[in-house]
Ligand binder design. Sequence first.
Ligand code: ATP
Length: 674
Amino acid sequence: MPEPTPFTERAAHIWREIRSDERPRIAPYAEAAPLKPWKWDRPLDKLLGRLMVDPPLGRGRLLERATAIAEGFTDLAEMGDEAFRIRCRDMRRKLGREGLAEPLVDECLALIREATRRELGLSHYPVQLMGGLVMLSGGIAEMATGEGKTITALLPAITASLAGSPVHVFTVNDYLATRDLAKLEPVYHLFGLTTGLIVEGMEPPQRQAAYRADVVYGTNKEIAFDYLRDQAQLGKARGAARRRVARLAGRAQSPLTMRGLHFAIVDEADSIFIDEARTPLILSQEIPADDDGLYLSALELVTHLEEGRDYAVKMADRAIELSERGKRAVQQLAAGLPQRMWRIRQAREQLASQALSALLLFQRDRDYVVVDGKVSIVDESTGRTMADRSWEGGLHQLVEVKEQVELTGMRNTIARITYQRFFRRYRRLSGMSGTVREVAGELWADFGLKVKPVPTNRPRIREHRGHAMHRDQEAKWHAVADSVAVIRQGEGMRPILVGTRSVADSESVAAVLDARGIPYRLLNARQDGEEAGVVAQAGQLGAVTVATNMAGRGTDIELSEEARKAGGLHVILTAFHETARIDRQLYGRAGRQGDPGSAEAITALDDELYRHYGGTVAKIVGRSAKVWPIENGPAEWLRQWAQGAAERKHASVRRQVEVSEDKLREQLAFSGSA
Ligand SMILES: Nc1ncnc2c1ncn2[C@@H]1O[C@H](COP(=O)(O)OP(=O)(O)OP(=O)(O)O)[C@@H](O)[C@H]1O
């Protein structure tokens, strides 16, 4: 046995700890001690962020080790299929006996690499092996977009699983969880590992069966809700007593869905750990709808209020603030109304604020779509609808009345949790993302996770064509259509992806393209049936794809050979998001794996980001620009200013969510059915 290195010692210790829960003695997660969060304030977080990002790992020992794994173990390629299968299966015994000793981990990674080559025809690059090693040691691997994180996840998932720890792999949406697992399943099976998939709409027995697998794929929302459901179950004293009796009687049947929170691998870690952390998860039960006209009367009542005098619209906070005068006006207007709610001061004021929010802040085809007579919330960062999710505090019902669809019941909170708390309950956390550096401080402070940048396999050659800002939306859509036409004609029909922030915007682009007779395919929350087909076509010569963030993170647009020769994919961003990380994810659809590609931004001064966060800078830019469009310099200053303000706002919301559970009720919260 070689001398143990610090890595071996630490890893062996961690895995001994994890293995203490080895099946069938998996402890319920209630017993797993939550990680203790660090609580520092923002400037310190920022400083820590800089300290927490290690220098690039390019020249370090990890690259040497990864290269040695890739270049060593040459005997594996020559083994017959059966002999190779036996060797893979034998790994479980070895890891089980010796823990994560470095030579054993290296051998295991080499086996996974070879198994992936045999099953998928892809062989991990040394940089992907580095990513795997980072995650095994409980860190976040910063790997650029398109570097192959899907197959990188196999490395820690299989190794941890063979060492005896149940593994959860988190993706940002059901489509990616399903796609990734379908692709990778043969590799897991070669090692004798079982796999499970958790997606929306599954019944509890199906979920319970899926969680019994060694490696489970799912989204943070689905898995966290299952955890909440189990928590609610554990919290019921009668349920606990019954379970104890069942255990004493030798009936091991567990009413819990999950087996515990052990090892988590989080793809797109910044989206899940940071962006999602602003929305707490609330498990609730529906109370039958009782339509006594309350919501309609609330919507009618607030039409008598005046902005500025009775209330202020806080766009950045997504909130309505009633003034003292407004509160008095609500009291007077509600005096003759029959419903009891109007007699209670707090309820009355909350209802009026929610009614104003439903009318002024929540827009159809941006925040929600109406499909089959139902209001479905659209998650902007993924571009997808979230069936069975609803807004709290009567807001959902007010939007339903506004849209004249059937009223659903109110919801009663059963259990709640923040993502920060949920993920801290895992015994070991790890993750990867291409856009994680600027939130490294928060990841360290909230989860104790360190970001380690991994170099790209081949240099990135994506070309950035700058940022042009137009005066208004109409001018912007025409500029987008101009750019599409010029690139199609002048650059050999390269494929183009036009990214929009909302369903409505994607339809505005579609309209200008229709007017010019340019063929395109649309991908948004209303037209999502053909997702795989649209994505498969998007990298072909002549393809124009107009999409919301459904074609953002994780979407792999494979180029045809002709499209690659013509210059690869061109991405047009039509509105910046509140965080630059989401923009970079959209750009990252082009120029993947060292392929050619280009990107540009075409925005307008009246874009949502600038309206909400542009402040005085937006006014100065708007006033001073004589000739439109304005390009790069001033346009970029405004973007940076507005995104900086939005990021600060979001960070403070995340902090509030953590600091005070009570304030959660004031936030926009989603609820899932119990
Ligand atoms: N080792 C490899 N050899 C050849 N091709 C690879 C390798 N690894 C990944 N690829 C290919 O690279 C493409 C991008 O992979 P993948 O979608 O996993 O990237 P990603 O890092 O997850 O991207 P994103 O950041 O957008 O989610 C895929 O088409 C995949 O088949």
